[in-house]
Ligand binder design. Structure first.
Ligand SMILES: [Zn+2]
Ligand SMILES: [Zn+2]
Length: 278
């Protein structure tokens, strides 16, 4: 696998494969844009949320309150997204949906969009929209399709196979694995892995996982030391660490980078709007 880092919208490498119309040109089959990499209350970093781009699909993974602006900075096209996945009902993972959908309405989007979510989310989404901007959602010109999933669901969405597993978190969270013909990317949402999630992550090319601290265990979150061990044991090629506790990331980032240098497993600590190609 060649993995190429580009920063922001600048594209440095000839292997970069998307032209202005996002048509797949060369050999890269999956692209990830780390829109936000922060925890819930970090004053410097937008919430944990990422965009997966394949030949046929643009899938947003979570949409916290900081994320609409990140997405619009990356690409302001109101028709960009095909689907949004919401891992769990914590505001740093879904409160951005109100602004995201209102701008789609304002810019007269007509293309349908899919929300992939857990059972019961649809009602809450409608309540949140109505609370935020009363009376507007009934005027949307685009259809919102809901696909409700649980930890045993496997679905095909365009060119992606999607599967899910529970994690240990203070809210009911489902990690997701996305796979096209050649590559796979998993994303934890929030929470410590268990044997189900380990199975979900096994052999994936890139795992984007939340971590809170280096070796101190916090209930409901993973720590970096456990994650590196788990990733090595499950043949994961690249591990991206996100959602790091704000003081820890601010004060100890260089030290963390030194500690996680590892030849087999490649550990990435992305900055907002970093892009990687698989
Ligand atoms: Zn969170
Ligand atoms: Zn959470």
């Amino acid at each position: 696998m060649s993995i190429v880092c580009t920063v922001g919208k600048q594209k440095y490498d000839k292997d970069i494969i998307f032209n202005s119309n996002d048509i797949l040109l060369y050999s890269v089959t999956m692209k990830i844009v780390f829109l936000g990499v922060g925890e819930a209350f970090d004053e410097n970093l937008p919430n944990n949320s990422h965009l997966i781009i394949t030949e046929k699909t643009k899938l947003l993974l979570d949409c916290g309150y900081d994320i609409p602006k990140q997405l619009w900075k990356y690409n302001p096209d109101q028709n960009l997204l095909d689907a949004v996945y919401i891992s769990h009902q914590h505001a740093d993972h879904y409160f951005g949906l109100t602004a995201l959908f209102m701008r789609m309405w304002e810019e007269e989007r007509k293309k349908p969009i899919t929300i992939i979510c857990q059972n019961g989310f649809k009602d809450n989404f409608e309540r949140v929209m109505e609370f935020a901007y009363p009376g507007f959602s009934k005027n949307f010109k685009f259809k919102i399709k809901f696909i409700e999933v649980d930890k045993n669901t496997r679905i095909k969405f365009n060119d992606l196979e999607l599967s899910f597993a529970d994690t240990v978190h203070s809210g009911n969270n489902l990690a997701i694995r996305t796979k096209n013909k050649e590559k796979s990317i998993s994303y934890s949402g929030d929470g410590m892995f268990n044997e189900n999630t380990e199975k979900l992550y096994r052999n994936c090319d890139l795992l984007i996982h939340e971590a809170y601290l280096y070796d101190k265990k916090i209930i409901g979150h993973a720590c970096i030391m456990d994650l590196v061990k788990m990733a090595e044991g499950n043949n994961i090629k690249y591990l991206a660490l996100t959602h790091l506790q704000r003081d820890f990331r601010r004060n100890d980032l260089e030290e963390i980078k030194d500690k996680v240098k590892n030849n087999e497993l490649k550990v990435i600590i992305p900055e907002p709007l970093d892009e990687y190609n698989l």
